[in-house]
Design a protein around this ligand. Sequence first.
Ligand code: FES
Length: 154
Amino acid sequence: SLTKVFEQEYTGPIYSEGVHLVDGDGNRVTTEALDYGEGMTVYPATHPGIAKAPTVLVRYEESEYGGETRMDSVVEGYAAYSKVCTHAGCMVGGENENPLVCPCHFGKYDPTQGAAVVGGPPPRPLPQLPITQTESGELIAIGDFEAPVGAGGG
Ligand code: FES
């Protein structure tokens, strides 16, 4: 559709303060969404169709996080990272596992260590998304990703 074409060319912010994280059906994601050790793909409610929108949401015990993880961007054990591989822009998978794995050249990222690269060719971590929750437990962004999304820019 024309909307899809437009959104693919969108170059503005991906998330901004207060933007809800939504699932693939557009439903707001809450702190009830995942058990510990689980993950899912989410999107910014404002621009779910843009190429750089897909976001990995994971949940681990807060004691399991370390490394470069921004702990002020972790809420109720939830951390969010760009799903767009920093090597050549494929979508990483394996949200329910550690590491996250990119199917294109098997780049691997540890979601408990700030999505640090633990295998393969990616040159830098997946950018973390700063998140918090509303009074009713809905997950929202505090701002945009903390580094450029996708290949290049790093
Ligand atoms: Fe992900 Fe190459 S695009 S490892």
